[in-house]
Structures are given as C-alpha cells and as structure tokens.
Design a protein. Sequence first.
Length: 617
Amino acid sequence: FADWDDPNDYFGPQTESALKDFQNYYGLVPHGIADEITLGLAEELYTTPLQSGVRSEEAKEMKEKLVTLGFADWDEPTTLFASETESAVSWFQSHFDLVVNGIGDTVTVNKIDKIIEESMQVGTYSEEAREMKEALNALNYANWSDPNTYFGPQTKQAVMDFQEDFGLPVSGIADYKTLEALYSIDLSEPMVTYSEYDINFSRAVDIQLSHGTPKYDGAGLIDADEANVRYYMNPSNFPEGSSGYLQFLLLDESTNLPASELNSSFLNGAGTLHGTGGAFIEAGEQYGLNELYLIAHALHETSHGTSTLAKGVGVDGSGNVIRENGNVVRDENHPDVEQIVYNMYGYGAFDDDPTNGGAKYAFDRDWFSPEAAVVGGAQQISNNYIGRGQNTLFKMKWDPEYAANNNSLGRQYATHVRWAEIQANMMHSMLGDSINDYVLRYDVPSYNSQPGPDGSVPPPPEDTQDPGDHVEQSYPSGVIGEVQVSNSLNFRKGPSTSYDRIGGISNGTIIDILGDNGGNWLYIDYNGDKGWVSKDYIEILNLYVVDSGNGITIRDNPAGNRVGALPDNEFVVLSLDSNQNIVSEDAVLSGTNYTWYRIYYDGNERWTANNWIEKIE
C-alpha cells in the first residue's frame, strides 16, 4: 500500500492516504486513523504463514488451488511458501486486479476460493456453457455441430487452447477474465498480434544491404536496390485484406477447422488430395503447423493433386519406379509392383530426375497412401524454419528478431526480396478468396521508426542481362509446347513475375521451347522474340528423357538397323505430325512387339522404342 524506501517515524498525509487504502481494501471504515482494529488486522496479515519462507498446510492447500487455476505447475505442492509461490500469488493478484503483495492475505485467499467455486469447469451444466461453446466454435477452437450445456473434457481443451493463445493462465476453467477476453473478440476481424522489434527500420534495411545479398529475381541474378528492399521489407505496404497480408499468417497455429470444411472449401476435386482434410489436421497437430498453409503448399507442389508423384507411383522392393511402355505403373496388382508411393510436397524430386528421386524418397519413408505423404512431409516443413520460431513467411524471409537482438543478418529462407509476398500470393491463389471467411491468426511485425505505406511500388532494378543469361538447362532443338490458359499468358524478359512483360500469348499457341531456369520457368522463342513463360501454363508436347538404366538404341526404322544410342538422362525430342501428335508404329524386334516413336537424332528423323523414355511434364 506504499513504497517508501526508508520509512521514518512521521505519520503524515501520505501515511494517512495509504492507511485509508488499506482499510478500504480490507473492508474497514476508511477513516485514516490507526485504531486498534486496523493495527490488529495489519499485524495478522503481516505475520500470516502464507508468505515467503514459511511452511504451513495452508500454503500447500493454496498452492494446489493455484495449480488448478493455471498460475503454477507444481506436480506435488509442498508446505513451503517460497519465492516461486510468491510469484504465482503475485501473478494471480495482478490478473484479478488485486493489490499485488505476494502474500496470501484474506482478500487473495477468498478470491481464489470464489474463482474456483463460481467458474465453469468440467462436469457442470449451464446455459452459460452453451453460449461459451458457441463463441469457441466461431473462433475455430472447436467444431461442435450443436453445442449443448455440458462442460466436458473437450470443452476444457478448447478453453485451454484459447487461454494459451491469448496469454491467459492455462487452466481449462472458464473464469470471468477468460470469458471477458472471449466475448471481447470481434468475429468479423482476424486475430492480430503486433510484434515490436527494437531496431530502427532504416538500420534493418542497412543490415540487409551490407551483410546480405538481396536479389530482385528468383534465380538470384539481379541485385535488389535499396528502394525495393525498403518496400518489400516494410510491413506497412501489405495491408489487412490484401493477398500479401498472408505473409503475416501464423504458420504454427491451427485453424481448428473440421476436416469436412477443409475438404469442401479447399480440397474438393483436388486429385488425390480430395478428401484428405483429416490428414492435414493430423499433420498440423503432430508438427504444430497451420493446416491451410500445408494445404496451399501441397496444392502448389502437386498442381492440385494431379502431378505424377501425387497420383501415386508403383515401385519395387527397393523403391525403383516400375514402368511399362515408358509409362509409370500405378496398378498395385502388377507383379513387379511392391508398393504405390505418394509424395505431396516434392521432397527428393530433384529437377534432373523428379519421378525417380521423389518416389525413392517416399518409399524410404513409407509414404504408401496420400494421407501418409501429407503427414510425413509436414515434418520436414516444420523442422527447417517454422519449428525454429520463424513462424510466418515474413519471419522466414527477413528474420527480424535476430536482426534486432544481434544487429546482424539472421537465418533467411531466400535472398529474393519478394519471396514472402510471392509465397503469400501463391497461398491466396491456391486457397481462393474463401480464406478471408475464417478467423485466422496473424503476427504483424513492427520496427522502430517504421515508415507508413509507400505511395507506389518502386520500379525493378535495371536488368542489363540478355533473357538467355537466365538459362540453367538448354533443350535440344525442335522442342515445342502448347499454351494452356483461359485468356492470355504473360511473356516476360526473365524467369519471374518481377520482370517486365514482352507481351501476351493466346491459348492454344504452339511455341518453341529453348530451355528452363532450373525451376518453374521456360525460355521460349515466340514470333522471333526470346523470353520467359511460366511452366504451369505450358504442355510440353515432345520432350522426353532416357530412363532405362542402360540407355537406348536409335534405329533407322521401327525395329530397323541400329544407327546410334543415347545414355540415361539424355533428352529425346519426338518428331510430331502436322497436328502435333506423336508418330508411332508397332513392330516386332527379336520376337517382342514394341511401340516405336519417331524422334530427331543428329538432324535426322529416327526411331526408338517408347518403353525406356519418359515424357518431361
């Protein structure tokens, strides 16, 4: 009731005021006079056994109650009232707006008993419980179809999850402070916390420029200038409601959406991912990940559940892919197939041999169903960054906590300054506008002296490179593809959306493909201009790769004379007819009937059996 450093023997106005506060707090007449009743109560409280350094059965009983209310976690409370007990009591007093003295005074003891007696908890029935469960439903902490009046174990768990997320004592008991927090939430708005980092924004930008290698393109060939670093590093430029705001979505917080909701809203018709909502929930629970983030990641990697690895790949007992006539076998009853494996996040699917690598990776981890691949792959996602505390796309890219604490560059997922925004945009495109229909949790960073929104996006840094400088893998001549878009495909100067448009290419157009960037962009020749298009919207019609284990033989005609050979992993370009269809003939060689494809070889049209070549998707 006072904080004098060195109390003296004078009873002045400050003493009188403190005494009135004391009397009022403990239910006495607040006259400010130290009468016998006041002094007696003060002595009783001052010598109570419920204070630091004293042992008593009362202390043990109070400690057990503090554990029940979530203010401590002693397994077997003792009779000693030590410093930890004092801290727990102080926390209780502060939380319930009592005078904070760390002593088990009468007001505190009575308040503890009252909270336990009057709060909703397991085993009780009430209309208040139904109302609370409806609110927990609305916030995605539960998915009761018709909440009733019973406060059971599931209700307790939902209350505990809510308390943990909002920094309340985690007890599973619905005390009035928990209910106040629950009912104060505006269900029309997302749940947003703001993390303040003790570093000036300009200094954080300087760290990126002086200690890092920020790039403007995904291939890492164009240095980002200061204007673009400042723009994409500034949280103010990505307001709530924009697709870029998803870079602040908490990736380690469950949405608590039921499997039926995930299936109907996000996975309906998504190939082998259709109906796997329960697996995403299990994956999120096991590895502490947001189910919507996992779904967006899987939809992106598998082209909505339709990629080769997502549809399942037949392998033998060593994890080697089984093929017939060059096609992947998916029949589990095939005599050579030991298992059908699935891979939903692209692990092991390296660019030079994605099917074999991804299938072997899945086989080694027993991913023998779409659900197993969903759950198993989530572990890798968690281990790398999210499980280390970089639990938003923004934190994965910029690591603001490390910069603030160490005045240096931290662990960053990518050098591309637009990486977090691009990933957020991808999530939005994968999940659609319906993502905004749910109450999601965000953590928005804030720097010291952080500027407000920029008026406009800065222009890209000048790219003096030729578009062909970005090529990582050149293709043989004669490779063509067909544009497959609803309207027009952007044709760009480089392999990312950050590059300027050269123009647009309409659906159904046949283009010459010259190579790729080692990722998801194709280098093409269109109407005499060379540039880049996204691989997602191109069907490559005639590019295959040798995949036999021993190379292939090239012949002058179907089953004809040998004129050459190609080793494994070499490209093979098919010679198509005027309608862009594969030219093939069946012919018998050494007693076996093969289907032969016409191909280009050394500038001539030759033939090879299709059994040992695989189409590049």
